[in-house]
Ligand binder design. Structure first.
Ligand code: UDP
Length: 239
């Protein structure tokens, strides 16, 4: 879609595949692009390469599944990043998997780790680090000292996708996952849309009402949809 290739997977399939990658020691990273990220990929070849270089590219949001339908290549469903990681944490907690939480403001990852420990008693939060240090090698040193199986990277887009494309091979975790504001949600600092909103595909509207500053970012949506329709009409399904 507009130059980004998505994996057609359900939440359960994506989490199972990620768990297999971790247990098999396959190395890679996972991205969960929404329309804003797809749109940014049109403007930045570095970001497009980072996104398409991921082991799993999951369709985060109704804008992506709608776009796929417009292109006549419907995806089987949405894979919101937070649902994906919830399911993956559930699988990892069965085997005492180790996760490192990287990103968000100071204190947020610690608060998230407390909540996660209670929710997934078998999951080991091996370490945390906020997302506002410029010293990449110190951050990588801290991550590697904690020896995690999975690294959750929550720096917002496009920072987290570029960070993973550049650094995933330098961290000892088998898998990295870019998850935007997920740590804020796990910490309880940001509320997720209630289930009925999510079922109706209106999570984006809930987030917009909760944080109207997102309007600026979301203003690209009409252009995104027009570009998808245009590429569908040209029969390319691509750029
Ligand atoms: N963030 C960070 N370092 C930065 C910029 C942002 O750790 O240099 C964090 C920010 O604190 C927030 C997350 O990245 O926790 C981005 O959240 P947002 O809701 O914007 O992401 P989305 O889920 O919409 O991609």
């Amino acid at each position: 879609m507009l130059g980004v290739g998505f994996d057609d997977m359900t939440v359960a399939e994506a989490a199972k595949r990620a768990a297999e990658m971790i247990s098999g020691g396959e190395r890679g990273y996972v991205v969960t692009p929404n329309p804003e990220i797809v749109w940014m990929c049109r403007k930045s070849s570095a970001l497009r390469e980072a996104v398409n270089g991921a082991s799993l590219v999951l369709a985060d949001g109704v804008g992506v599944t709608l776009g796929a339908r417009i292109l006549g290549r419907p995806l089987r469903g949405r894979v919101p990043g937070i649902d994906f990681i919830d399911t993956l944490f559930g699988l990892m907690s069965l085997s005492g998997g180790r996760v490192f939480l990287f990103g968000a403001k100071p204190g947020v990852a610690e608060a998230a780790s407390e909540k996660l420990r209670r929710r997934y008693p078998g999951l080991v939060v091996a370490g945390v680090c906020d997302g506002y240090s410029d010293d990449v090698s110190a951050v990588i040193g801290k991550i590697n000292a904690a020896a995690p199986d999975l690294l959750v990277v929550c720096l917002g887009a496009p920072k987290q996708e570029l960070w993973m494309a550049q650094n995933a091979r330098h961290v000892s975790a088998a898998l990295c996952v870019g998850l935007g504001g997920a740590l804020d949600v796990f910490a309880g600092a940001v509320r997720r849309a209630p289930a009925p909103w999510r079922r109706l595909g209106l999570e984006w509207l809930y987030r917009l009402i909760s944080d109207p500053r997102r309007l600026k970012r979301m203003a690209i949506l009409p252009q995104y949809l027009l570009a998808v329709i245009w590429s569908g009409l040209r029969g390319k399904g691509g750029r």
